[in-house]
Design a protein around this ligand. Structure first.
Ligand code: VGL
Ligand code: ZN
Length: 198
């Protein structure tokens, strides 16, 4: 099997001090770097929103971060402004070894649709192109690490399993937002989809 490491959204805004900080988000960088050499390919994803993105609470008058809205594609959690294209918050954590990356995949650019998953936008229909890339490279096995366990890692892992990849989430090298039970729900959803959570 050809095995890729997918590093999800290891960006300043998801680390302590960032706009959408995940507790302990910075603790996993060293371990992720140490793992890179064990894989046939390393792919980094980068959340990359235009200013005024529809997933930002600030784009919805009267709404606060972590409330939800109904979008055409379903319920969307509203976030603080984060990972705005070109901002310091959107940059990778300084200590992340991006030199090892075969591919840096950006997502969340469509102003009207959020994209938690590295494979599809939140309409579960619009592809990011990652599946085509992996197929072209003959990659059939994926290990996922990064931020956040219950959102972007979870959606990416479930989509990958549905696409037929053998997927492992290395939970020791992930950290969660854990909003209203989202971590427990994510663990169940991943297990149900056939993802190995190690
Ligand atoms: C993420 C919320 C909003 C993530 C990205 O990387 O898990 N979460 N945008
Ligand atoms: Zn985002």
């Amino acid at each position: 099997m050809t095995h890729a490491l997918i590093v999800i959204d290891m960006q300043n805004d998801f680390c302590p001090g960032g706009a959408l900080a995940v507790a302990g988000g910075d603790e996993i960088v060293t371990g992720i770097n140490a793992l890179m050499g064990d894989f046939d390919a390393v792919i980094l994803t980068q959340d990359w929103h235009p200013a005024g993105h529809s997933s930002f609470a600030s784009s919805h008058p009267g709404k606060a971060p972590f409330e939800t809205v109904e979008m055409a594609y379903g319920t969307q959690v509203l976030w603080p402004d984060h990972c705005v294209q070109g901002s310091a918050g959107a940059a990778f954590h300084d200590a992340l070894d991006a030199t090892r990356a075969d591919l840096i995949l950006r997502k969340g650019m469509n102003p009207a649709i959020d994209s938690y998953s590295a494979f599809f936008e939140n309409d579960h229909e619009t592809p990011t192109g990652l599946h085509g890339y992996l197929q072209t490279r003959g990659i059939d096995r994926l290990t996922m690490v990064g931020l956040a366990t219950d959102f972007c890692v979870n959606f990416s892992a479930v989509d990958a399993a549905r696409l037929g990849y053998a997927v492992t989430v290395n939970e020791a090298l992930c950290r969660a937002i854990d909003l209203d039970g989202s971590l427990a729900a994510a663990r169940k959803g991943m297990a149900d989809a056939g993802v190995t959570v190690a």
